[in-house]
Design a protein around this ligand. Structure first.
Ligand code: HEM
Length: 133
């Protein structure tokens, strides 16, 4: 017997199309490997351990692209500009962040359209976080 959940087609979310949790895990790990050694950005992250920050970014991105809502279940509405207010982010810092994310994306070798979707998103999101001259 076929259960309704198996018989009913559902629209694939971008989260699923990218490759689900394993994809975001690889992307965010590749990104934070670069942040780790960045002399401008690394000092902004509190503490020695980048893992909690890595997890927050990963859960946020998974939620944003239609995956599980664990980020907001745990932390509430993202309000990302507000959450970045404590860190003085100038244009140069935002460009460094974006460069690391672009390099992390390059490593994933996504199909062109999916790659462009994420790249354009980050290219809009990073400058939106600038809060210092
Ligand atoms: C533009 C340059 C950026 C810099 C320098 C920056 C830096 C930081 C820092 C220092 C933190 C605190 C680390 C922590 O959570 O412990 C943080 C948190 C976070 N950032 Fe960024 N960020 C930038 C852009 C972005 C962008 C573009 C996104 C999303 C597309 C993003 C998503 C997040 C998220 C989800 C958190 C955790 C917020 C929370 O729940 O507290 N950041 N960021």
């Amino acid at each position: 017997m076929i259960r309704v959940s198996e018989a009913t087609p559902h629209a694939v979310t971008p989260f699923e199309a990218f490759g689900g949790h394993p994809f975001f895990d690889r992307l965010v790990a590749a990104f934070y490997r670069r942040v780790e050694t960045d002399p401008v950005i690394r000092p902004m992250y509190p503490g020695d351990d980048l893992d909690p920050a890595k997890e927050r970014l990963q859960l946020f991105l998974e939620q944003y692209w239609g995956g599980p809502t664990t980020y907001s279940d745990d932390r509430g509405h993202p309000r990302l500009r507000m959450r970045h207010a404590a860190f003085p982010i100038d244009y140069a810092a935002s460009e460094r962040w974006l460069d690391h994310m672009r390099a992390a994306l390059d490593e994933q070798e996504l199909p062109l359209e999916l790659d462009a979707l994420l790249r354009e998103y980050f290219e809009a999101a990073a400058p939106a976080m600038v809060n210092a001259p």
